[in-house]
Design a protein around this ligand. Structure first.
Ligand SMILES: O=C(CO)[C@H](O)[C@H](O)COP(=O)(O)O
Length: 191
């Protein structure tokens, strides 16, 4: 997972050079969430660097999302759209239903910008609405996910989990990853 923040949030974290370096050592899916106001400017460099997924924010792409999605696909990446906590879920529906649809929706469960924030449980209404409307869509959640919050996200229908503090702050990060995965798999098995 790459969080690239510039303009949209004050901090710049991981960009194309880091993706390029990582790609030399792994075939893993590199899921990149660009918290920038000008995502179009980053498509080419992220594609060349070896990003697998490119997620932009709906708040900054209302006018040009179709061109953006086309560019992302042409650059060999999987397009995703993210929305901030204050953005109504209905704003992403056209991007899922269009002729050049996004393939993943990222529901932010904190205000974007910083790790270590508190999970917003009321964002699960958005996840549930998406899951009911689009049974096979990839739905990602980001912010405050860990052992105490994963069950709510998984039950609502999230199947892609971004977890920072709970994993990197754990004595055994692998155990937390397994727990998160098990919760999602259990919820999927019961629906
Ligand atoms: O960058 C973020 C917000 O923009 C994320 O919330 C972060 O990557 C995940 O961190 P944490 O699990 O500590 O909430």
């Amino acid at each position: 997972m790459c969080n690239l923040g510039r303009h949209f949030v004050p901090n710049l974290t991981i960009g194309a050079p880091v993706i390029e370096s990582l790609r030399k050592h792994t075939n893993a899916y590199l899921d990149c969430h660009l918290m920038v106001t000008n995502p179009m400017d980053y498509v080419e460099q992220m594609g060349k660097a070896g990003a697998s997924g490119f997620t932009f924010h709906v708040e900054v792409a209302k006018e040009n999302w179709q061109e953006l999605v086309r560019k992302i696909k042409s650059a060999g990446m999987r397009p995703g759209v993210a929305l901030k906590p204050g953005t109504p879920i209905e704003e992403v529906y056209p991007l899922i239903e269009g002729t050049t649809p996004v393939e993943m929706v990222l529901v932010m469960t904190v205000e974007p910008g910083f790790g270590g924030q508190k999970f917003m449980p009321n964002m699960m209404d958005k996840v549930r609405a998406l899951r009911n409307k689009y049974p096979t869509l990839d739905i990602e959640v980001d912010g405050g996910l860990g052992p105490s919050t994963i069950d709510a996200a998984a039950a609502a229908g999230a199947n892609c989990i971004v977890a920072g503090s709970s994993v990197f702050g754990a004595p055994e990060p692998g155990d937390v990853i397994s727990l998160l995965r098990a919760s999602v798999e259990k919820a999927q098995a019961t629906t």
